[in-house]
Design a binder for this molecule. Structure first.
Ligand SMILES: Cc1cc2nc3c(=O)[nH]c(=O)nc-3n(C[C@H](O)[C@H](O)[C@H](O)COP(=O)(O)OP(=O)(O)OC[C@H]3O[C@@H](n4cnc5c(N)ncnc54)[C@H](O)[C@@H]3O)c2cc1C
Length: 400
């Protein structure tokens, strides 16, 4: 591939294209690496395991900026809305660059209430979200069942969010990997980074676990829930990110006669139908560090919640169960852009929104590497916001 001519974008590197090392090949690292290679940079990405098999593999792929907006998350909503709006083009571009499909689907999302209490809660959320300008439609139980005939007959009410969509996150991971390779990124899988190399308060490269040193003009830290575990990070540069465990499972529907066509939020679980008939049910939200055990209680609570809203699942075979680790920051929002170490750029902390935020993360962080500037909506999410209170106090996780 011929490199584009050097524009003013690269001026902060004295007219040369920077050599960038990315740590972690999840949706964040792959997207950033792809964009940087497209711009003309030499990019090496190091992945401890297999590309895309961290939280990115474990996710449900919901692109839900609207139906999941919660009180206290108004700032994040601005960013999630920008990313949601970027998704159709991003999907087309990833598919064209990789030659792979990612099953981006835009049928909208249904949020269902079963009991009187659920209806009260749903009405509160509906009014809060409507006040934020999110396009929502209140449905009676009968109207909800007209859209999804397999819902439990007693369903009390629902809200339809036309703007919330889904993508197959596993296909996305594979396609992003191909797109990045096609743009010239060098990907090294099963090649963990042991430590960041810092000299005189500037990142100089990385030390791999096998002892090899790789020098770089810029290092991008995108190691998801493991981002604090990279050695060599000065204390002030340690991102306040922790793993928040999520158990999920998939049932197998008949693809020719699926029980569900929309993404569905029920009390205590969500259900996501895939094109191939898999029905994902998620997810627990647990503060258990990197404990990767599926538990009887986790499976029981997910299946019970799903069965209460969609009783027809009872006969379906269980296709898969898995655990993933959301990379969660102290305020549940991503950490993007500069750090206190010059030349070290960060993209982590995406918690339950990393798939949704993939387009904006790739754009904003690659843009920062090239120009030294972040778009305003993303700049609010720099690591600087934690500087005043560096402890790793945990907050309760919520949602996906
Ligand atoms: C159960 C569950 C459901 C979710 N559902 C959704 C959803 O519906 N919608 C949504 O938008 N988001 C969802 N998320 C969140 C989303 O999955 C994450 O926010 C996103 O995948 C984070 O991407 P990442 O690239 O930062 O992390 P990851 O995908 O975890 O990638 C980080 C990578 O870094 C690698 N790594 C770690 N240490 C090293 C090292 N030392 N050297 C080299 N490589 C290293 C890891 O192996 C990993 O591949 C969900 C998450 C979970 C767990």
């Amino acid at each position: 591939m011929t490199k584009p001519s050097i524009s003013s974008k690269s001026s902060r590197f004295g007219g040369a294209w920077p050599h960038v090392v990315v740590i972690g090949a999840g949706v964040c690292g792959l997207g950033i690496a792809w964009r940087l290679a497209q711009a003309g940079c030499t990019v090496d990405i190091f992945e401890r395991g297999e590309a895309g098999h961290g939280a990115t593999w474990a996710a449900a792929g919901m692109l839900a900026a609207g139906a999941e907006a919660e009180p206290g998350e108004q700032r994040l909503l601005e960013l999630t809305r920008i990313s949601l709006a970027a998704w159709p083009n991003f999907a087309r571009e990833v598919e064209a660059a990789s030659g792979l499909t990612i099953d981006y689907r835009d049928q909208g999302t249904l949020v269902v209430a079963l009991t009187h209490d659920d209806v009260e809660q749903l009405r509160f959320t509906y009014e809060f979200q409507r006040d934020l300008g999110i396009e929502l439609q209140w449905l009676s139980g009968a109207e909800a069942r007209a859209r999804e005939p397999h819902l439990r007959p007693g369903v009390a009410a629902a809200v339809y969010s036309a703007g919330d969509h889904q993508v197959d996150n596993r296909k996305l991971a594979l396609a992003l990997k191909q797109a990045a390779l096609g743009a010239g990124v060098t990907l090294r899988e099963r090649c963990p980074v042991r430590a960041l190399a810092v000299e005189g308060e500037r990142a100089r490269g990385v030390h791999l676990a096998d002892g090899v040193f790789i020098d770089a003009d810029v290092v991008v830290l995108a190691a998801g829930a493991w981002s604090r575990e990279i050695g060599g990070l000065p204390v002030e540069a340690l991102p306040p990110v922790r793993p928040v465990k999520g158990q999920m499972l998939a049932l197998q529907m008949d693809p020719a006669a699926p029980l569900l066509s929309h993404v569905l939020w029920a009390p205590k679980a969500y259900l996501v139908p895939r094109v191939d008939g898999r029905l994902l049910i998620g997810a627990t939200v647990e503060e258990k560090g990197f404990d990767d055990a599926m538990t009887a209680g986790g499976v029981l609570s997910l299946l019970e919640a799903a069965w209460r809203v969609l009783p027809g699942i009872e006969e379906l075979p269980i296709a898969e169960t898995w655990v993933g680790f959301r990379p969660t920051s102290r305020d549940d929002a991503p950490i993007l852009g500069p750090t206190v170490v010059e030349g070290l750029v960060i993209a982590t902390g995406h918690h339950r929104n990393g798939i949704l935020l993939a387009p904006v993360t790739a754009e904003a962080v690659s843009g920062y590497v090239l120009t030294g500037e972040m778009p305003a909506a993303a700049a609010q999410f720099s690591a600087e916001r934690f500087a005043a209170a560096p402890s790793l106090a945990t907050v309760g996780g919520s949602g996906r």
